[in-house]
Design a protein around this ligand. Structure first.
Ligand code: AMP
Length: 369
């Protein structure tokens, strides 16, 4: 067990690293983080090592000064984790990260374990894309195997669209073609798994995306108890098959017939779990620390329904940001990450705990327009 006083090393200093560091500091841990940006979000709460995430020497130097290491983004090369895990414990480990950070390997992993997912095919060139469109069908989504996030590196190919144009637009990177899912809802399961396999699963959340970026999370999700049970089972099956230690998010599509398909796995804290910070006794960030430090897992109950609204940089660049209406709401809890606002960039979020999530959602939609 690593008790407070120990040093946590984090690869990445974005908002997830920042909130992890804030929770770690509150609990009495020390935090060191690697990020190429001297003004990284986590910098005010961690000793920052300014280096690229593919810098093995910097990662080894970080490992030498930390008791346990973790990541806050999957865009850390698995090879870097492979190096540091020779000297320190790292969660997730390099093998797990290598599986999850590549969309093709993630799809193959799900297939190997019989976990439900949409139809897919690997695509390496234009001829491969044309063949994949025949097997997968249209509409479909072409996604780069690596480096994609928040809809970046993704293109929808509709019935009349030219595959050559899509292939050129994606930059010819190795990709995966996925069958388009006409889902009823998007949901996610955020859970923690400890060293001994113990589990703590947060209430299933419901996510609404705008332009492929998470807009609003509502928890609990508007789903039947049977669907919630199945979602939790699937989330746990993914975590167990991966042998994950720490917090993990599994995003899923709910179909009209009640079936669930796994869309994406994130072996880290997740935007759709931000409601736990303020909504639950143990936030996903504290829970991740508890799991990787070998502490008992904390309470995941959500005493009051929660709504989380993401704030994007557009709100700052398109005029006056809506801070006044947010601050005027007595129950709205504002989080700003200290990031320079740019269009499409997540710069903060708002949490509202309320028994009337519909009213909160109407308020949130009004705030961001
Ligand atoms: P991803 O990066 O895979 O999580 O995709 C971001 C968002 O794009 C998802 O949350 C969905 O809203 C949408 N999306 C991605 N893949 C599909 C798909 N196969 N069918 C329908 N919508 C999708």
């Amino acid at each position: 067990m690593l008790l407070p006083g120990a040093t946590i090393g984090v690869l990445g200093g974005g908002q997830l690293g920042r909130m992890l560091a804030m929770e770690a500091r509150r609990m009495g841990y020390r935090v060191r983080a690697v990020d190429p940006d001297p003004d990284a979000c986590a910098a005010p709460f961690a000793e920052l090592v300014q280096a690229r995430l593919d810098d093995v020497d910097a990662a080894l130097e970080l490992a030498a000064h930390c008791d346990v290491l973790t990541i806050e983004t999957e865009h850390v090369p698995a090879a870097v984790l492979a190096q540091i895990e020779t000297v320190r414990e790292v969660h997730p480990n390099s093998a797990l990260l290598g599986t999850v950070q590549d969309r093709l390997r993630q799809r193959q992993f799900l297939a190997r374990h019989g976990l439900p997912q949409t139809g897919w095919a690997a695509v390496d060139d234009l001829a491969g894309l044309e063949a994949a469109l025949v097997t997968v069908g249209r509409p479909a989504v072409l996604k780069t195997r690596t480096e994609g996030y928040d809809g970046k590196g993704q293109l929808r190919i509709g019935v009349g669209d030219d595959p050559a144009a899509a292939w050129a637009a994606l930059g010819r990177a190795p990709a995966v073609l996925e069958a388009w899912v006409a889902f009823e809802r998007e949901i996610s399961v955020v859970l923690a798994r400890g060293h001994g396999g113990e589990l703590a699963v947060y209430p299933v959340a419901e996510n609404e995306h705008r332009h492929h970026v998470l807009h609003i999370t509502r928890a609990p999700a508007r789903i039947t108890p049977a669907v919630a049970h199945r979602a939790r089972e699937l989330g746990v099956a993914v975590a167990e098959a991966l042998g994950h230690v720490g917090v993990m998010a599994v995003e899923m599509f709910l179909l009209a017939n009640g079936e669930l398909l796994v869309n994406e796995i994130a072996p880290r804290t997740h935007n759709s779990g931000h409601y736990t910070l303020g909504g639950c006794a143990t936030s996903q960030f504290e829970q991740h620390l508890r799991a990787i430090c070998g502490l008992p897992l904390g309470d995941v109950t959500l005493p009051k329904p929660a709504l989380m609204l993401n704030l994007l940089g557009d709100l700052w660049t398109d005029g006056e940001p809506p801070l006044a209406p947010i601050l005027a709401h007595p129950g709205a809890r504002l989080h700003l990450y200290g990031k320079a606002p740019r269009p499409g960039r997540k710069v903060g979020h708002v949490l509202v705990l309320t028994d009337d999530l519909d009213a909160a959602q109407a308020w949130a939609d009004g705030v961001v327009g």
